[in-house]
Design a protein around this ligand. Structure first.
Ligand code: FAD
Length: 434
């Protein structure tokens, strides 16, 4: 297996490989064996999931070593990004704006198979696909994103998704919530109940609330938003609340866990959420369930009792299955949040770790970054940046290395951040999906 290098391909020199790592913000490798070892590179790394984590990993594996055969398995023909899906729900952008194709990967010599991966057998190094096809691998990276935990609320199930959408995986659900808001009468009530921790995109619910408030303000000004948040605080809370007071006074009624407890039951027929203290009725309800790792991680023995995947933070190799790496939302990567940028940052580190290990090298002390823009309105952006490093044991926040939008800024300042948000989205999606 390990001597199957393509005959005409030229291996990277050590210097070129380290230069490439350096240009990506990764620490140079240290050798545990004599160099070069490129004739020892195995042929095939399979990546499951073509979202922020998986697609980035596939690209960077190929960039770091063109000799590796990279196969990307993605169940959908098109990928709808969750980032900027709130702008589709509010009508700011069309659905097509967030749709990405996989054509670009062919140009990079990455083979894309559109199929559902059912199970990874790490002992025999094989992945079984829904079609019955079996794909072998030397290393496998899994970035399957999230699944939902419907069971914790009575009456909540996948059967009511068409009535009460979560819209927390972009696609049909995004369009459905948009349609429901358009059909809602002026003066109607929109209820949103964000999920408990940990979940994908901590500032995402507040951005959704903001952009729906913007839609109501412009189109249905008598309408009201009730937020039933089962937590006591949320990401960028003070900045969002400052924006809400300024842009949407009296429209958003935000209740935290101290004020209503939890949502205990969904009565879909009556469009009612039953909480610990009352019953709340809405015209449109967006209940976002608690979350866990995507199903393939459960099928393949990659999750622990938390419902997420424990990984070595220097490499993202699973702590439960050898030669299988888990990145992105499905991994336990705290204190990094579950975000597209975290997944993108982890993907680069993971790709570098695999290419290094195949060559008898070790990547030392990887660094990570998460930067996150949110829109409080189409012209009002806020952001936060955090930098992390592997401290020899786990990922740790580097104090003082990040920053957050300051409070009480001018409209011009907020408008600029909204423009940066769009610039960020266009840049990162262009880099990943071409
Ligand atoms: P995903 O991007 O979900 O990718 C998983 C992929 O794997 C999917 O394409 C899926 O089809 C595929 N897949 C799953 N299982 C299988 C299988 N068995 N076989 C084949 N394919 C499979 N993050 C940011 O950084 N910035 C933002 O502004 C931002 N905004 C957001 C707004 C909202 C409303 C939401 C919900 C999220 C937002 N996020 C944002 C978070 C971001 O979307 C996720 O953190 C990110 O997508 C995680 O990447 P991932 O690779 O782990 O999973």
């Amino acid at each position: 297996m390990i001597n199957n290098l393509k005959k005409n391909s030229k291996p990277l020199s050590r210097r070129a490989f380290n230069t490439l790592l350096g240009s990506m913000g990764l620490a140079a490798v240290s050798s545990t064996k004599s160099y070069p070892k490129f004739d020892a590179i195995p042929e095939r790394v399979v990546v499951i999931g073509g979202g922020f984590g998986g697609a980035t990993a596939a690209i960077y594996l190929k960039k770091m070593d063109p000799n590796i055969e990279v196969i990307l398995i993605e169940k959908n023909l098109l990928y709808a990004t969750c980032p900027f899906s709130n702008t589709v729900i509010s009508g700011m952008n069309k659905f097509s704006y967030i749709l990405k194709s996989f054509n670009y990967f062919e140009k990079l010599n990455i083979k894309v198979i559109h199929d559902l991966a059912i199970e990874i057998d790490s002992n025999n190094k094989k992945i079984t696909l829904n079609s019955g096809r079996v794909i072998s691998f030397v290393c496998c990276i899994v970035s399957p994103g999230i699944d939902f935990d419907y069971e914790s609320i009575i009456g909540n199930s996948t059967n009511i998704q068409n009535r009460i959408p979560h819209a927390w995986r972009a696609g049909f659900q995004t369009q459905l919530l948009r349609k429901q808001l358009v059909a809602m009468p002026n003066g109607g009530t929109f209820i949103i109940s964000p999920p408990p921790n940990p979940f994908r995109c901590p500032p995402g619910p507040a951005e959704r609330i903001s952009l729906i408030a913007d839609y109501f303000k412009k189109n249905k000004p008598k309408s009201k938003i009730i937020v039933l948040d089962p937590k006591d605080k949320f990401g960028k809370q003070s900045l969002f609340k400052e924006g809400w007071a300024k842009l949407y006074p009296n429209m958003i009624e935000y209740r935290n866990s101290a004020e209503f407890g939890k949502v205990r039951e969904v009565v879909a027929d009556k469009m009612v959420l039953v909480t610990d203290i009352d019953e709340v009725k809405g015209d449109v309800i967006n209940l976002i369930p608690g979350q866990k790792a995507g199903r393939i991680a459960f099928n393949s023995g990659l999750v622990n009792q938390s419902g997420w995947c424990p990984v070595n933070h220097a490499t993202f190799e699973s702590k439960l299955e050898k030669d299988v790496y888990v990145i992105g939302d499905a991994s336990i990567s705290s204190p990094m949040p579950k975000s597209g940028v975290s997944a993108y940052s982890q993907a680069k580190v993971c790709a570098a770790a695999i290419v290094s290990s195949l060559n008898g090298e070790i990547v030392k002390n990887p660094k990570f970054i998460n930067y996150c823009y949110s829109l409080v309105s189409p012209d009002y952006g806020i952001s936060v940046v955090k930098v992390y490093e592997f401290n020899g044991e786990k990922i740790k926040l580097i104090d003082g290395a990040g920053g957050k939008s300051p409070p009480n800024q001018t409209n011009k300042f907020r408008r600029l951040e909204a423009q940066y948000a769009e610039g960020w989205y266009k840049t990162i999606t262009k880099e990943i999906w071409g």
